[in-house]
Write a protein that binds this ligand. Sequence first.
Ligand SMILES: Cc1ncc(COP(=O)(O)OP(=O)(O)O)c(N)n1
Ligand SMILES: Cc1nc(C(=O)O)sc1CCOP(=O)(O)O
Ligand SMILES: [Mg+2]
Length: 224
Amino acid sequence: MNLPDRPPLPRGPYLLCDDTVRPELPLAEKAARLLAGGARVIQLRMKHTPPREALAAAREVVAACHKAGAVCLLNDRVDLALLAGADGVHVGDEDLPPEAARELLGPRKVVGVTVRNAAGARAAKEAGADYVGVGPVFGTTTKQVPAPVLGVEGFAVVVRDSPLPVVGIGGVGLANIGQVAAAGAHGAAVVSDALLAEDIAERVRRLLAAFDSGVNGASLVSAP
Ligand SMILES: Cc1ncc(COP(=O)(O)OP(=O)(O)O)c(N)n1
Ligand SMILES: Cc1nc(C(=O)O)sc1CCOP(=O)(O)O
Ligand SMILES: [Mg+2]
């Protein structure tokens, strides 16, 4: 994963600090609780936050992540990533194309791309991406996803055939993150299972442990 010029994306749980879940909690507070639990990767996902508030939040969350030694990526917003000094962005079909994100960010930032299959992952690599987000692995109500649920077996095939590290997303939580890890995923993105927990920090600690124990699980898919 650690390509020339690019910061490595730590393997393991990939926590989303999201303004669509528990909107009553400030984003900086959500980030603080995720980091207190040991989060090593945070993606700041702001779908409803007005631009000036979003810029202030991005700067605050990036600073908190870097103080904690965590990687901070911005969802969608290359402009905010640049202004806030984030480590990179994650873009999907409704966002700037990955080539444009790479052009603006340069070689020293992380670019993640949403894909649905191995062909998409090959295209993302060609476009200069560092990793791909693949989902939905399981059912989710956090977002209306225009793609079928892969299931862990279908997800494992994409992991096997992807030329880039894969972060699984969609319905991932304590009950199944070990399966995502056992499928060979580089990361497992979690939104609601962490942010809706009574004790967010404790939930993150448990997610980290569950991912690590799943890493040693038997591979779900034989070599091609
Ligand atoms: C790790 C990861 N994977 C996929 C997504 C989805 O991104 P996108 O397709 O751009 O959809 P929105 O998140 O913008 O609604 C993601 N955010 N993170
Ligand atoms: C933001 C997002 N993108 C997805 C995709 O499949 O592209 S699923 C998703 C939401 C994931 O939330 P939760 O962890 O609460 O299921
Ligand atoms: Mg997007």
